[in-house]
Design a protein around this ligand. Structure first.
Ligand code: DHB
Ligand code: MG
Length: 230
């Protein structure tokens, strides 16, 4: 083998190792049940994009919810309800989960997914543009955990609302803040401009301690995790 092909073999071996690690962690810590699988199947059948969080990310959301003793959780952007099921299941007794969804057809699908997963008693879908719905949540704040996973250009505005609707010790998580490194470069479109501004904000806001964690899509994307300082 020449050096190019041995380097290629080494890279392929590393990629395989990373894939095996993700599979092993998923098997040990993040197994899906019928309810989660139903949400995935229903979303796929309805033609929604297959861009939901991974089972590992779902478990991380549950871990973070437990860490802040979450009784009230807010999600911005429901997609097919998959992340919502993970989050609603992490609530303490009498907890409440609210997810904001702009698309009424998707919202109906999400309600059905919640029913199938047995979380309808604590999980609520509110339909509309999040920036219009968020001001109405002030009377229900503070939320212990806020998960942002919606359209990307308003991420900085969603962060403003998350800070407004949280308390010291609340955890703010945002999906897709890495984007193969584009989350830290000069933005080429409005969506990336939102993500880059979001990353700059959470890295420098003295009210937060934050970290972008590369953990999804073969470590090319992931969550931003921020804790509101005491
Ligand atoms: C996109 C959005 C997401 O929330 C995601 O997790 C992956 C991709 C997108 O808009 O392309
Ligand atoms: Mg996402």
């Amino acid at each position: 083998m020449n050096s190019d092909s041995s380097e290629l073999a080494e890279l392929q071996q590393l990629a395989k190792t990373r894939q095996n690690i993700v599979e092993a962690i998923t098997l040990h810590f993040a197994a899906e049940d019928q309810g989660l699988r139903h949400a995935l199947t229903a979303a796929k059948q309805a033609g929604l994009p297959q861009i939901q969080i991974s089972p590992i990310q779902g478990t991380l959301l549950q871990l973070l919810a437990a860490a802040c003793n979450a009784q009230k959780i807010l999600e911005i952007g429901s997609l097919g309800g998959y992340s919502g099921i993970w989050l609603a299941r992490a609530l303490t007794a009498n907890g409440h989960f609210i997810t904001l969804e702009i698309n009424p057809t998707h919202a109906a699908l999400v309600r059905n997914a919640f029913a199938q997963a047995g979380v309808s008693d604590r999980a609520e879908v509110r339909v509309g543009n999040a920036l219009n719905l968020l001001p109405h949540l002030e009377s229900e704040a503070p939320f212990d955990l806020i998960f942002i996973d919606a359209d990307k250009s308003p991420y900085p505005q969603y962060l403003d609302w998350a800070l407004r609707l949280s308390r010291p010790g609340s955890i703010i998580v945002a999906d897709n803040t890495i984007r193969s490194g584009k989350g830290f470069e000069e933005p080429q479109d409005e969506g990336m401009a939102g993500i880059v501004a979001f990353n700059n904000r959470i890295a420098s806001d003295p009210r937060l301690i934050s970290l972008d964690l590369a953990m999804d899509d073969d470590y090319t994307d992931g969550f931003a995790i921020s804790v509101v300082r005491q």
